[in-house]
Design a binder for this molecule. Structure first.
Ligand code: SAM
Length: 192
Protein backbone atom coordinates (compact mmCIF):
# COMPACT_ATOMS: atom_id res chain seq x y z
CA UNK A 1 0.00 0.00 0.00
CA UNK A 2 1.34 3.37 -1.02
CA UNK A 3 0.88 6.50 1.06
CA UNK A 4 -0.26 8.49 -1.95
CA UNK A 5 -1.33 7.88 -5.56
CA UNK A 6 1.71 9.82 -6.77
CA UNK A 7 3.62 6.53 -6.32
CA UNK A 8 2.18 5.36 -9.65
CA UNK A 9 3.83 8.23 -11.51
CA UNK A 10 7.27 7.26 -10.26
CA UNK A 11 6.62 3.54 -10.83
CA UNK A 12 5.61 4.31 -14.41
CA UNK A 13 8.61 6.58 -15.07
CA UNK A 14 11.00 4.09 -13.49
CA UNK A 15 9.57 1.14 -15.46
CA UNK A 16 10.01 3.14 -18.64
CA UNK A 17 13.42 4.69 -18.08
CA UNK A 18 15.11 2.39 -15.50
CA UNK A 19 16.13 5.24 -13.26
CA UNK A 20 16.50 3.43 -9.93
CA UNK A 21 18.91 0.51 -9.53
CA UNK A 22 19.63 -1.62 -6.42
CA UNK A 23 22.53 -0.20 -4.43
CA UNK A 24 22.04 3.40 -5.51
CA UNK A 25 21.70 6.42 -3.23
CA UNK A 26 18.63 8.58 -3.81
CA UNK A 27 17.50 11.97 -2.51
CA UNK A 28 13.73 12.52 -2.53
CA UNK A 29 12.91 16.26 -2.40
CA UNK A 30 9.40 17.17 -1.25
CA UNK A 31 9.00 13.62 0.02
CA UNK A 32 5.87 13.92 2.24
CA UNK A 33 3.77 11.86 2.75
CA UNK A 34 6.40 9.41 1.45
CA UNK A 35 4.98 7.46 -1.49
CA UNK A 36 7.90 8.18 -3.84
CA UNK A 37 10.29 7.18 -1.06
CA UNK A 38 8.38 3.89 -0.71
CA UNK A 39 8.96 3.22 -4.42
CA UNK A 40 12.62 4.28 -4.16
CA UNK A 41 13.20 2.00 -1.12
CA UNK A 42 11.88 -0.97 -3.12
CA UNK A 43 13.81 -0.16 -6.27
CA UNK A 44 17.22 0.57 -4.71
CA UNK A 45 16.79 -2.17 -2.08
CA UNK A 46 17.52 0.21 0.80
CA UNK A 47 15.54 -1.91 3.28
CA UNK A 48 17.65 -4.92 2.24
CA UNK A 49 14.53 -6.89 1.20
CA UNK A 50 16.55 -8.70 -1.47
CA UNK A 51 19.61 -10.10 0.34
CA UNK A 52 21.25 -11.01 -2.99
CA UNK A 53 21.18 -7.43 -4.32
CA UNK A 54 23.29 -4.47 -3.18
CA UNK A 55 21.63 -2.27 -0.59
CA UNK A 56 20.95 1.35 -1.49
CA UNK A 57 20.12 4.51 0.46
CA UNK A 58 17.05 6.76 0.40
CA UNK A 59 17.02 10.18 2.04
CA UNK A 60 13.84 12.26 1.93
CA UNK A 61 13.27 15.88 2.89
CA UNK A 62 10.13 18.00 3.22
CA UNK A 63 8.78 21.16 4.83
CA UNK A 64 6.13 18.91 6.37
CA UNK A 65 6.50 15.96 8.69
CA UNK A 66 7.22 12.61 6.98
CA UNK A 67 6.31 9.49 8.98
CA UNK A 68 9.15 7.01 9.33
CA UNK A 69 9.65 4.31 6.74
CA UNK A 70 11.86 1.22 6.87
CA UNK A 71 14.82 1.76 4.54
CA UNK A 72 14.58 5.58 4.40
CA UNK A 73 16.06 8.48 6.38
CA UNK A 74 13.84 11.53 6.56
CA UNK A 75 14.57 15.17 7.29
CA UNK A 76 11.21 16.69 8.16
CA UNK A 77 10.51 20.43 8.54
CA UNK A 78 13.34 21.46 6.23
CA UNK A 79 13.37 23.58 3.11
CA UNK A 80 15.18 21.92 0.17
CA UNK A 81 15.93 25.33 -1.35
CA UNK A 82 17.86 26.41 1.76
CA UNK A 83 21.61 25.67 1.35
CA UNK A 84 21.86 24.72 5.05
CA UNK A 85 19.59 21.73 4.29
CA UNK A 86 22.09 20.50 1.68
CA UNK A 87 24.71 19.78 4.35
CA UNK A 88 22.22 17.73 6.37
CA UNK A 89 21.37 15.69 3.29
CA UNK A 90 25.06 15.09 2.58
CA UNK A 91 25.60 13.74 6.09
CA UNK A 92 22.99 11.03 5.52
CA UNK A 93 24.33 9.95 2.11
CA UNK A 94 27.18 7.40 1.79
CA UNK A 95 30.33 9.51 1.23
CA UNK A 96 27.96 12.47 0.83
CA UNK A 97 27.02 11.34 -2.68
CA UNK A 98 23.82 10.48 -4.55
CA UNK A 99 23.20 8.70 -7.86
CA UNK A 100 19.69 10.10 -8.30
CA UNK A 101 17.86 13.26 -7.24
CA UNK A 102 14.07 13.06 -7.27
CA UNK A 103 11.81 16.07 -6.84
CA UNK A 104 8.05 16.01 -6.73
CA UNK A 105 8.07 19.33 -4.84
CA UNK A 106 5.21 21.71 -5.36
CA UNK A 107 4.78 25.16 -3.79
CA UNK A 108 1.57 26.12 -2.02
CA UNK A 109 -0.89 27.44 -4.60
CA UNK A 110 -0.99 31.24 -4.58
CA UNK A 111 -4.16 31.36 -6.66
CA UNK A 112 -2.17 32.86 -9.54
CA UNK A 113 -1.21 30.21 -12.02
CA UNK A 114 1.72 32.03 -13.60
CA UNK A 115 3.18 32.85 -10.19
CA UNK A 116 2.87 29.21 -9.07
CA UNK A 117 4.67 28.12 -12.23
CA UNK A 118 7.46 30.62 -11.62
CA UNK A 119 7.81 29.58 -7.98
CA UNK A 120 8.12 25.94 -8.93
CA UNK A 121 10.71 26.72 -11.60
CA UNK A 122 12.84 28.67 -9.08
CA UNK A 123 12.61 25.73 -6.70
CA UNK A 124 13.78 23.41 -9.49
CA UNK A 125 16.70 25.73 -10.22
CA UNK A 126 17.96 25.31 -6.66
CA UNK A 127 18.15 21.57 -7.36
CA UNK A 128 21.00 22.37 -9.74
CA UNK A 129 22.94 23.76 -6.74
CA UNK A 130 22.10 20.66 -4.72
CA UNK A 131 23.28 18.49 -7.64
CA UNK A 132 26.61 20.31 -7.67
CA UNK A 133 27.13 19.35 -4.02
CA UNK A 134 25.91 15.75 -3.95
CA UNK A 135 25.22 14.29 -7.40
CA UNK A 136 27.79 11.84 -8.77
CA UNK A 137 29.04 12.31 -12.34
CA UNK A 138 26.73 10.25 -14.58
CA UNK A 139 23.86 10.72 -12.09
CA UNK A 140 20.23 11.58 -12.87
CA UNK A 141 17.64 14.15 -11.84
CA UNK A 142 13.87 13.77 -12.12
CA UNK A 143 11.93 16.93 -11.27
CA UNK A 144 8.34 18.04 -11.50
CA UNK A 145 7.46 21.39 -13.06
CA UNK A 146 4.35 23.11 -14.33
CA UNK A 147 4.53 23.95 -17.98
CA UNK A 148 4.70 27.71 -18.56
CA UNK A 149 6.79 30.55 -20.00
CA UNK A 150 9.88 29.62 -17.95
CA UNK A 151 9.95 25.94 -18.91
CA UNK A 152 12.49 26.59 -21.61
CA UNK A 153 14.93 28.41 -19.33
CA UNK A 154 14.87 25.54 -16.82
CA UNK A 155 15.44 23.06 -19.64
CA UNK A 156 18.40 25.09 -20.90
CA UNK A 157 20.00 25.30 -17.47
CA UNK A 158 19.59 21.55 -17.00
CA UNK A 159 21.06 20.93 -20.44
CA UNK A 160 24.21 22.80 -19.40
CA UNK A 161 25.02 20.17 -16.76
CA UNK A 162 23.25 17.02 -18.01
CA UNK A 163 23.97 15.28 -21.30
CA UNK A 164 20.31 14.49 -21.97
CA UNK A 165 17.12 16.20 -20.79
CA UNK A 166 13.71 14.93 -21.77
CA UNK A 167 10.15 15.85 -20.85
CA UNK A 168 7.97 13.13 -19.36
CA UNK A 169 4.21 13.23 -18.85
CA UNK A 170 3.26 10.01 -17.04
CA UNK A 171 -0.16 8.49 -17.82
CA UNK A 172 -0.83 8.57 -14.09
CA UNK A 173 -0.59 12.40 -14.25
CA UNK A 174 -3.95 14.10 -14.94
CA UNK A 175 -4.32 14.93 -18.62
CA UNK A 176 -5.74 18.39 -17.94
CA UNK A 177 -2.92 19.47 -15.60
CA UNK A 178 0.19 21.33 -16.74
CA UNK A 179 2.28 18.96 -14.59
CA UNK A 180 5.33 17.55 -16.35
CA UNK A 181 8.67 16.06 -15.32
CA UNK A 182 12.15 16.69 -16.63
CA UNK A 183 14.27 13.58 -16.68
CA UNK A 184 17.90 14.71 -16.89
CA UNK A 185 20.57 12.06 -17.33
CA UNK A 186 24.37 11.82 -17.32
CA UNK A 187 25.35 14.61 -14.97
CA UNK A 188 28.69 16.30 -15.55
CA UNK A 189 29.96 18.61 -12.89
CA UNK A 190 30.36 22.16 -14.16
CA UNK A 191 33.99 23.24 -14.57
CA UNK A 192 34.63 26.33 -12.47
N1 SAM B 1 6.21 12.67 -3.89
C1 SAM B 1 5.41 12.77 -2.66
C2 SAM B 1 4.84 11.41 -2.37
O1 SAM B 1 4.81 10.59 -3.29
O2 SAM B 1 4.44 11.15 -1.24
C3 SAM B 1 4.35 13.84 -2.80
C4 SAM B 1 4.93 15.22 -2.85
S1 SAM B 1 3.77 16.53 -2.75
C5 SAM B 1 3.09 16.56 -4.36
C6 SAM B 1 4.78 17.97 -2.74
C7 SAM B 1 5.56 18.19 -1.45
O3 SAM B 1 6.54 19.21 -1.68
C8 SAM B 1 4.71 18.69 -0.28
O4 SAM B 1 4.74 17.74 0.76
C9 SAM B 1 5.39 20.00 0.14
O5 SAM B 1 5.43 20.20 1.53
C10 SAM B 1 6.79 19.80 -0.41
N2 SAM B 1 7.57 21.04 -0.58
C11 SAM B 1 7.19 22.19 -1.20
N3 SAM B 1 8.15 23.10 -1.13
C12 SAM B 1 9.20 22.54 -0.48
C13 SAM B 1 10.49 23.00 -0.08
N4 SAM B 1 10.92 24.23 -0.38
N5 SAM B 1 11.29 22.14 0.61
C14 SAM B 1 10.86 20.89 0.91
N6 SAM B 1 9.65 20.41 0.56
C15 SAM B 1 8.82 21.21 -0.11
Amino acid sequence: NYRCRSAFKLLEIDDRFRLLVPGQSVVDCGAAPGAWSQVAVQRVNSAGTDPTAPRGTVVGVDLLNISSLDGAHFISHHDVTDPSTHGKLQQLLPNGHAHVLLSDMAPNASGFRELDCENLISMCLTLIDLAEKVLLPGGSLLCKYWDGPLTHSLQEKLSCVFESVRTVKPNASRKDSSERYFLAKMYRKPVK
